[in-house]
Design a protein around this ligand. Sequence first.
Ligand SMILES: Cc1ncc(COP(=O)(O)O)c(C=O)c1O
Length: 429
Amino acid sequence: MDHFNYRGGELLAEDVPLARIAQQVGTPFYCYSTATLRRHYRVLSEALGKTNHRIYYAVKANSNIAVIRTLGEMGAGADVVSEGELRRAQAAGIPSDRIVFEGPGKTRAELAYALSADIHQFNIESDAELLALDDVARGWGVVAPIAVRVNPNVEAHPDDPHELDGIATGRKRDKFGILWPAARATYRAAAGMSGVKVVGVAMHIGSQITDTKPFSQAFAKLREIVETLRADGHDIQRVDLGGGLGVPYTNETPPSPADYARAVLRETGKLDCELAFQPGRMLVANAGVLVTRVTYEKDAEGIRIVMVDAAMNDLVRPAMYKAVHTIVPVRADSGKPRPADVVGPICESSDRFAKDWPLPPLSPGDLLAMRTAGAYGASMASNYNTRLLVPEVLVNGSEFAVIRPRQTYESLLAGEALPPWLAKTPGVG
Ligand SMILES: Cc1ncc(COP(=O)(O)O)c(C=O)c1O
C-alpha cells in the first residue's frame, strides 16, 4: 500500500498534487512519500514483533539523506556498501553502532574509514578481505566485529532464474560471500586473528524475491551453519538475514512482511541470536514515483510511441533488468486507453520504459507517473547523454520539500578540466 492516490481526478502524493510539484520544480522529478516510508518500516517491524532484531536499511536502494533520516527516526540502522554510503548514513544522523558495512570489494581505505567510525559490524565476503581487515584493524590498534557473508548456493528466483539473473546473489557463480562449507575455514582463520572478532553470520540471496521458499531454504541453511559454527567453538551472537523481499511492480504477489517474518522465525527463532535485516526495496520502492512529461507522440505503422522527458539515465531498471513499472497519467483521463511504447530521448533503443502499455489519449505537456520508482531509481541515475540528475522531492502530508535540487549544467561541467597541453590553445576551429 502506498500514499499516491487520485483525488478529484488528479494524482496526489499524500495531500500534494503531483502537478503542483511539477509546476514548481519542473520535470522529470522523483517524489517520495514520508507516510509510505513510515508505513512500510512499521509493517515490517511489527511483523518481527518482540524478537531481538534491528532493521538496517539498505542505503543503496535510495541513498538520499532525507530518506535515510526518515527511516532512521523510526529506529532503522543503515546497511552500507561503500565509504560514500557510510558518509551518507552519518550525514543522515545514523549512529555508528547502527551501521553495517557490506560489499564484496571494500578497499583498505574504506575499511580504515569504517574502523575510524567505530561501526557495528563488517560483513566479510572473502578470505583476502578478512586478511586486509585484520591488518588494517591491527594497524589502528582496534578490533573489528565481523560476520562472514556465507553464500548458501540457493536460487532466489527458481521460477525465473535467467530473467532476474542480475539480482540473484546467493548462487555458486555469484560473486558474493564465501561458499559453505569453505566459510568454515574462514571462521577458523578469523578466530586466530587479533584484529577481528567473530560475532555473527550474514547471508543475502538476492532481490525482488516473490516467494517465501527461497528465503526458507536459505534460512534453514543459515541455522545449520550457526549450529555447526557454535559446535566449532565460535561465539555466534548475531545473524544477518539480508534483504530481498519483493514488491508489486505490476502483478507480482510477493509474500507479506508477516509471511516473511514467519519464515524467518521458523528457522531462526530458537537460535537465541540478535537478528539483523537489510531491506531496501521493500521499504522504499512503493514510496516513490518518477514524474515525467510527454514531449511528443508518433505513430510507426500502427505502433504508438509516446516520448517522455525522463530517460534510462534517470530510471535504468527497465533497460538494465527488463523491469516493468506501472505508468499512469497524473490527470485521470476518461479517454479509451490504447497500447503505447513509452520511450525516453536517449540515443539507445533500450531507453524504453514500457512496451504496449495502455495509456489514454495524451498531448505534449501531459504528466505521467512511473510508480514503484523509490528503489534503485535516483540512486542508480547517471549523467549519460550529459543529462542533469533530476530533483528529488519529499512529501509529508500537505508539505513538500526539495531534498535534492536539479543538477545544473555549471556543476556538471565544473568537475572537468583540460590538460595543460590543450588548455594552452585558444580553442578549436
Ligand atoms: C547485501 C545486500 N543487502 C541488502 C540488499 C537490499 O536488497 P533489497 O533492496 O532487495 O531488499 C542488497 C541489494 O542488492 C544487498 O546486496
